[in-house]
Ligand binder design. Structure first.
Ligand code: IVH
Length: 717
């Protein structure tokens, strides 16, 4: 039955066709996402999906939760609901060196009464654990409505994903079923025939790790930064945050993979060996991590570990060690578990770049937005060749979580360029004292308030001196107004001396005032001097010419990052137009959503800020984007583009710049106003949307052709 076979389709015909479409789509999702072996083009896949969606729209009574059409994230979860796990979700004990691994093997052999043990070696994926149940009557509020005898019939021939839980406290977890359904590497249902063939009961549970691939994490953070939203510290946090979104559509928009590592029924292993369980999971269509091996005795463990020492970097996701499990399930039972972890498994972790030291004090810093953040002052210690004397503590909750007090001995960790962090308290200090978040700002004495539901405490005073200093440093920074010579001590001096109370005051500083400012140094106070003063004044003068976007960024409007500011300038062409824009108009700009629009409106709606703008205008700052250069050809004038996927010959930013140079506009989402979608490698939902809306799709060559000659390579239909 073709997709457009009109309205004469009977319910029975629809049911048959829907079943066959679901089978086909499920097979191709598995080929694409799990096996990395696509057999049909995106377009063919989309055509099948569209046909399914159309049929389901016409026969809503045939929609089921395991339909591939449901991957986009349905209705938001309502609040946080928890459920009991079928058996405790344990964690793993760690072995940090050879001796600890040898110890683990010895104890296991003794308890198991075996000369030598067979193990399975796996990667310890650094994500969040999830338990997923299939089959049974664990329906989480979904309607299996009346007249669905056939649906039940259908369900009887397949086990559907019915419940997904986070690990929670190990006993109860949060219900995240709608979110789990959006993970393409997690089957939505498994045909009964497949279960029978693999000797898996119709009701079973899979536990595993949800991870965000490193590239997806980098892309997500780039987007977060662009939208001036909080960035994620690492892929694990990003995976956890994405999975627990109340709105599953957000989960769907993030790339998350599920790797199973346990197969259970009624909370107990299904197979006699762990290896068989992993093989069965693969046969059921799960993405079992391929880097696994059967190992014999301690030599096998050590060899697997040595092999993986150097290979870690080659993976497209993060791991935080390896896991070794006793293979035979009867021996696992004999070994049992402690209250926290099984005695038949161990995590083998590389010794991180960590060191022990003492927290001598905890101080707070006041940022540009008034955020008051605590940081630990440490007794200086060498960590991986670098002296560390500070560590970030993020916020009060983090200090509570760590159970940290001033004077405690702590383990600090440094990884890459990241600011060192406190991992845990090693020993309580003798004269330890708790840290109290000051109730008043250390800089201006205004109240520090932590709003309900917020992790961050803030100084409420908009003209707090510490906030002012941070704001001016931001205004003067290289990516904003780029004011040469206006560094930290000079900002301290002009603010403390009462010369500068806002950005506009900077432009009223005279060379004489500046030259007379003194800096306290270890040796003796030093004057800034005429020469340096002249440099600052000239820096201020040239800053008047920076492009509008940099000025908008420098103003420090909440949630308006460097990129958003540039996009705003590009769209509105003048500061006055941005200031006058309505929220709807602001939201026309790529990457500007309601939150950013609201924040811009609030900024320009504040009288003090409007006065500031007028004073900056009088000082001659550039408030307009340059008139368009008409000497250049603008073949793409008026055309609206959306970029998706990875291009081979240029980055997305380069593509954007080239399109803009040629007069085109680049927006973030596909709509009826989009003229072209440029689709690179692994384009996803945007490409599908383009097809749905019949928007013309270009490949990279097509874009290049347009940029060079301005001819339309595809007829827009
Ligand atoms: S087995 C009873 N295998 O590591 C066995 N866990 O502290 C429990 N993890 O929260 C876990 N990769 O989410 C196992 N291949 C793997 C794993 C793995 C990552 C996580 C798991 C658990 C934590 C252990």
């Amino acid at each position: 039955m073709p997709a457009d076979s009109g309205s004469d389709v009977t319910l029975d015909q629809a049911r048959t066709r829907i079943a066959s479409l679901r089978r086909e789509l499920g097979r191709h999702e598995h080929l694409y996402y799990v096996l990395d072996d696509p057999r049909i083009s995106d377009a063919e896949f989309d055509a099948l999906l569209r046909e399914l969606q159309e049929l389901e729209a016409r026969f809503p009574e045939l929609v089921t939760s395991d339909s591939p059409s449901q991957r986009v994230g349905g209705a938001p979860r309502e609040g946080v609901e928890t459920r009991s796990h079928s058996s405790r979700m344990l964690s793993l004990d760690n072995a940090f060196d050879d001796a600890e691994l040898v110890d683990f093997d010895r104890r296991a052999r003794e308890l198991a009464g075996a000369e030598v043990l067979d193990y399975v070696g796996e990667l310890k994926l650094d994500g969040v654990s999830m338990a997923v149940r299939f089959g049974g009557d664990d329906m989480t509020g979904e309607a299996v409505g009346a007249g669905s005898a056939t649906l039940l019939g259908e369900a009887a021939t397949a086990s559907r994903l019915t419940l997904a839980l986070t690990r929670g406290d190990g006993t109860r977890g949060e219900v995240i079923t709608p979110n789990a359904r959006t993970l393409r590497t997690l089957p939505l249902s498994i045909p009964a025939s497949v279960l029978v063939a693999n000797e898996v009961p119709t009701e079973f549970e899979v536990r595993g790790e949800v991870v965000m691939p490193t590239q997806a994490f980098a892309d997500l953070n780039a987007r977060q930064r662009a939208e001036d939203r909080p960035m994620f510290a690492n892929p694990r946090n990003a995976a956890a945050g994405s999975l627990r979104m109340l709105d599953a559509a957000v989960t769907a928009s993030r790339r998350l993979d599920f790797y199973p590592y346990l197969l259970l029924a009624a909370g107990q292993p299904v197979f006699a060996s762990h290896w068989e369980a992993l093989e069965a999971l693969a046969a059921l269509g799960f993405k079992v991590n391929p880097h696994r091996a059967r190992l014999r005795g301690i030599d096998g463990l050590l060899a697997f570990r040595d092999e993986w020492m150097g290979r870690r970097e080659s993976l497209s996701y993060e791991i935080d060690g390896l896991v070794f499990k006793v293979d035979a399930v009867d021996l696992q039972r004999r070994l049992g578990a402690t209250s926290k972890s099984p005695r038949w498994a161990i995590a083998c972790k590389p010794a991180a770049q960590q060191a022990e030291t003492v927290v001598e004090d905890i101080e707070v810093q006041v940022g540009r937005t008034g955020a008051v953040t605590p940081r630990a002052l440490l007794r200086p210690v060498q960590v991986g060749g670098v002296t560390v004397s500070h560590a970030t503590l993020h916020n009060e909750d983090e200090i509570t979580r760590l159970g940290l007090q001033i004077g405690d001995a702590v383990l600090v960790e440094r990884s890459g360029d990241v600011i060192p962090k406190v991992v845990r308290v090693v020993r309580a200090g003798a004269g330890r004292r708790p840290f109290l978040m000051p109730s008043r700002c250390p800089a201006c004495s205004a109240p520090v308030v932590r709003e309900e539901g917020e992790a961050v405490a803030r100084c409420v005073n908009a003209s707090c001196i510490a906030r002012l200093k941070e704001s001016i440093l931001h205004f003067a920074s290289r990516t904003a107004m780029d004011i040469d010579g206006l560094g930290e001590w000079l900002v301290d001096a002009v603010v403390d001396g009462g010369l500068v109370k806002d950005f506009a005051d900077l432009y009223e500083l005279t060379p004489e005032q500046l030259a007379g400012l003194t800096k306290e140094t270890k040796v003796s106070p030093t004057r800034l001097g005429e020469k340096n003063a002249a440099r600052v004044v000239s820096g201020l003068e040239s800053s008047k010419e920076v492009p509008l976007g940099r000025l908008v960024f420098g103003l420090g409007i909440r949630h308006v990052g460097e990129r958003t500011a540039a996009l705003l300038a590009d769209h509105f062409r003048s500061l006055d137009a941005i200031a006058a824009a309505t929220t709807e108009e602001l939201e026309q700009v790529e990457e500007v959503g309601p939150r950013i629009a609201e924040s811009i409106r609030t900024f320009f709606g504040t009288e003090m800020n409007r006065d500031l703008i007028e004073r900056l205008r009088r000082h001659g700052l550039r408030f307009r984007e340059d008139a368009e250069d008409t000497s250049q050809p603008r073949p793409l004038a008026g055309k609206v583009f959306v970029l998706t996927g990875t291009l081979a010959g240029m980055t997305r930013d380069e593509a954007r710049a080239r399109i803009q140079e040629a007069g085109g506009k680049v927006t973030g989402s596909v709509s009826r106003n989009t003229d072209y979608v440029v689709a690179g490698e692994s384009s996803g939902s945007k490409l599908r949307k383009a097809r749905q809306l019949d928007v013309a799709v270009l490949d990279e060559q097509g874009l290049n052709d347009m940029l060079s000659v301005g001819l339309s390579p595809v007829a827009k239909d």
